[in-house]
Design a protein around this ligand. Structure first.
Ligand SMILES: [Zn+2]
Length: 312
């Protein structure tokens, strides 16, 4: 079973941007889109659970427009969401898409990839992402068949063909994006995107706001990386879930507190000789009213923390 397979079962708004536009695509629902900085557009995902209608549209996804071409950042959790994003791009610019950047492995960020497949588009991801996508294809197909369009096959789930080892710069035409591959934190495949033109830092799921963080990598590393990230002077940070634009250090305060509680309380209870089943209902229980979707994800986070910390 892949780590994703284990992830799933247990598994408002500060609009800092200059303009919000609506476009209707992929059915009758409106597809919200905010220009958070010049040429950077973010679609705000909904806060719903994995088993609810709309689960394929829960992540903040979007695109950045250069003078030559467009980079898409994440494609949503279904072909339908990918199509809505593509329609929104085509309404905004006639420039071609040259890159599709996937910020990590989770379904809500990459199952729309196939909509963007053509010979001109490079799919970009963390050095671990291609292997993770390939090994997760069967799982995605089984769990998300209805979100993958008509007659999906394993080939419907597109893996990156340009990998980021440490950092990589992409040129969109007078617009350089700097991609950074992080060590295991939220997941094993976290990638951030920095746009120097507008001082915007797209962190995706390295930062959760409002919706409870989902730990699928390393708690200790995620806390360390958060320490580093919250010193950023970026004008606008794009979290994977929550508002489309936020500022450090405030943007990190809830996530920092939550991850720190998870670490210190789990560590203490392990030292007291308690087992995983003894602690899932007590560790972090005071966080319950502070997060959306706490019930869906919190216990899983505690079990991940326990597994990471029990042998340290
Ligand atoms: Zn994620």
């Amino acid at each position: 079973m892949t780590y994703l397979a284990r992830f799933i079962p247990v598994l408002v708004l500060c609009l800092c941007g200059s303009a919000t536009v609506q476009s209707s695509a992929a059915g009758t629902e409106e597809f919200n889109l905010t220009e958070i900085a010049a040429g950077i557009y973010v679609h705000n995902g909904k806060h719903v659970g994995f088993d609810s209608p709309g689960h394929d549209d829960i992540a903040n996804i979007g695109f950045i427009v250069g003078e030559k071409c467009v980079a898409v950042i994440d494609t949503g959790g279904s072909v339908k969401t990918g199509q809505a994003l593509l329609a929104a791009i085509q309404k905004t610019t006639s420039l071609p898409i040259c890159f599709v950047i996937n910020t990590h492995i989770h379904f809500d960020h990459l199952l729309g990839n196939i909509v963007f497949r053509n010979d001109q588009v490079k799919f970009v991801g963390h050095r671990n992402l291609a292997d993770e996508v390939i090994s997760s294809r069967g799982f995605f197909l089984e769990q998300f068949r209805d979100d993958l369009g008509e007659n999906p096959t394993e080939d419907s789930i597109i893996a990156p063909n340009l990998l980021v080892d440490a950092t990589l710069q992409l040129d969109l035409g007078k617009r350089l994006l700097t991609l950074k591959a992080w060590k295991t934190a939220h997941s094993h495949t976290d990638l951030s995107v920095y746009d120097s033109k507008t001082n915007t830092l797209w962190l995706s799921d390295l930062l959760f706001m409002q919706r409870i963080p989902a730990l699928d990598g390393s708690l200790k590393n995620w806390l360390k990386i958060t320490d580093e990230l919250q010193k950023t002077t970026a004008e606008c940070i794009v979290p994977g879930h929550g508002p489309v634009c936020a500022k450090a250090p405030m943007a990190f305060s809830d996530q920092n507190r939550y991850l720190d509680i998870l670490l210190t309380q789990t560590r203490r209870k392990i030292a007291e000789g308690l087992f995983m089943e003894d602690i899932v209902d007590t560790v972090g229980s005071k966080e319950k009213l502070k997060w959306l979707l706490y019930e869906q994800h919190h216990k899983r986070n505690v079990t991940r923390a326990f597994s990471e910390l029990e042998w340290e």
